[in-house]
Design a protein around this ligand. Structure first.
Ligand code: PHB
Length: 390
């Protein structure tokens, strides 16, 4: 088998890259170890910056996100029992769309397959070879148990944090911060408790109130990374969530039957550089952010915009300059998003050894970014995100 760009991973980065290359007449094959059904069912967050929704539109896969996604002009910060609406649209002219990641994947897979794309699901033993040569390859066992070899010009490692892509990149430096708290996430059947995404700081910890539809809410509260989701009854979960948002204004969450519980670890990670020879990393394979800044999917999309542009330069004009600058170009936005996500996380969570001084200082920080207009514009701009590929 031969292709121009061999892509490992049918997540957002791999599928977006494959589709953008296709639109430029560049051939790719995707290998993926999960099944199509498993990919389409994995629940993840899904905050799309305006730049990401625009990208989906430009490449012809944005219709459902526009129709069924929830378009938010602002988000809420709540502490000391009061809510402040950050009017992103008014402050920056930009907005976001809450559209879960697996829905984006459903749209992308359908669009890829409609063009006859070659996506190999359920492969195993994936390995990358000869990235220092001009003809690297990917070997894998296909779902029928047959050993395969895919020859390519380039390999894109879009296979997430635990994938073979990052492991195959020699001499990279890894930057890691593991947070001492995690998120306890739930899905429940009840109408939205708030019309925007709400981030709350409280003496009992952080909580995030979001929703998926008119009948399903997604919420999270700060917990210990070792917490076992099964130790929490619905009653105990509601008591905790209500206490995280309680206040003199009497605000209460709409409760309903909880049908999913999960504990999500928080980490910040960057792999630098994101390229070696003919292997390029994109998305979670190269970086992770805590979900507090809602940047994960958007960073993957930005990587792919840069990478697709770099391959276009190579194939259309024999120009390797964008391939050479890919890692540096992508890392600039990645580190800025790292800063933003770390900052939102620290400001909104209770530190493990937090004392009364730390709590007051974080409240003062919230007060500052919601009452100083320049600070609020800066925060809203970071949340809404700059256009992709800049
Ligand atoms: C979500 O709706 O799941 C969500 C929203 C905003 C975040 C993280 C998750 O920052």
């Amino acid at each position: 088998m031969r292709t121009q760009v061999g892509i490992i991973g049918a997540g957002p980065a791999g599928l977006l890259l494959s589709h953008m290359l296709y639109l430029q007449g560049i051939d790719s094959v995707i290998v993926e170890n999960r099944s199509r059904a498993a990919i389409q069912q994995t629940i993840r967050a899904g905050v799309l910056e305006q730049g990401t929704t625009d990208l989906l539109d430009q490449i012809g896969v944005g219709e459902r996100a526009r129709k069924v996604g929830a378009h938010h002009h602002g988000f809420d910060l709540r502490w000391r029992g009061r809510t402040h609406r950050v009017d992103m649209q008014g402050l920056t002219g930009r907005s976001i769309t809450v559209y879960p990641q697996h829905e984006v994947l459903i749209d992308l897979i359908a669009a890829r397959l409609a063009t006859g794309a070659d996506i190999r699901f359920e492969v195993s033993d994936t390995a990358i070879h000869d990235i220092d040569s001009t003809s690297p390859s990917i070997s894998f066992t296909d779902k029928d148990g047959i050993a395969q070899q895919l020859q390519c010009d380039f390999v894109a490692g879009c296979d997430g944090s635990w994938g073979v892509g990052r492991k195959s990149l020699p001499n990279a430096q890894h930057f890691l911060r593991v947070y001492p708290f995690a998120w306890f996430g739930i899905l429940c059947n009840a109408p939205p408790s708030n019309d925007a995404v709400l981030y709350a700081r409280s003496p009992t910890g952080f909580a995030l109130i979001s929703h998926r539809s008119a009948t399903v809410q997604r919420m999270y509260f700060q917990c210990d990374p070792q917490e076992n989701a099964n130790d929490w009854s619905d009653a105990r979960i509601w008591e905790r969530l209500q206490s995280c948002v309680a206040g003199a204004d009497g605000y209460r969450l709409n409760e309903g039957p909880i049908f999913q519980k999960d504990v999500i670890g928080l980490r910040s990670f960057v792999c630098e550089p994101m390229r070696h020879g003919r292997l390029f990393l994109a998305g979670d394979a190269a970086h992770l952010v805590p979900p507090t800044g809602a940047k994960g999917l958007n960073l993957a999309a930005n990587d792919v915009v840069l990478l697709a542009r770099a391959f276009e330069g190579y194939y259309k004009r024999n120009d390797t300059s964008k391939l050479d600058s890919y890692s540096t170009d992508a890392l600039r936005r990645i580190w800025r998003a790292q800063h933003f996500s770390w900052w939102m996380t620290s400001m909104l969570h209770n530190g493990v050894d937090e004392n009364a001084f730390d709590a007051r200082r974080s409240e003062a920080e919230l007060d500052f970014v919601t009452s100083d207009r320049n600070a609020e514009i800066a925060m809203a701009g970071m949340y809404a995100g700059a256009p992709l590929g800049e």
